[in-house]
Write a protein that binds this ligand. Structure first.
Ligand code: AMP
Length: 115
């Protein structure tokens, strides 16, 4: 059996996480290394999908739930506008292979490039 991902370990309370939202199938935590004033990770409870390509093919409804949570977080913590980023593969910046979306909001003008 493979080791649980770092996000599953946070969900299980084994390592601390700053939770901002939770539903039956999706949860959200603040990124430990924020790239914008609001930088939240949206994560499905299941770790069966390693990236958004697998998720979109396997459970598009779950992907829609993640987007709905992103919108709510951006509305609650910023002005409702946000970037939604999925890194896919190590060379594209993915380091955790339990699919997750980065929600970035409150972004300073001119700071869009580079993440
Ligand atoms: P990615 O590089 O797209 O796979 O994103 C993984 C993200 O997880 C990075 O932005 C990390 O900063 C973030 N991260 C890693 N460990 C933790 C943690 N313990 N709590 C919150 N975020 C984390």
């Amino acid at each position: 059996m493979t080791e649980p991902s770092i996000f599953t370990r946070i969900l299980n309370g084994e390592i601390p996480g700053d939770f901002v939202a939770r539903t039956e199938r999706v949860f959200a935590i603040r990124d430990i290394n924020p790239q914008a004033p609001v930088h939240v990770l949206i994560i499905p409870v299941t770790e069966q999908y390693r990236d958004v390509t697998e998720l979109a093919a396997g459970d598009p409804g779950l992907m829609a739930e993640m987007v709905a949570m992103a919108k709510e977080i951006a509305a609650e913590h910023s002005n409702g506008e946000y970037r939604l980023i999925f890194n896919n593969g190590p060379s594209a910046g993915q380091s955790v292979f339990h699919v997750h979306a980065h929600v970035l909001a409150d972004i300073e003008e001119g700071k869009l490039v580079g993440f």
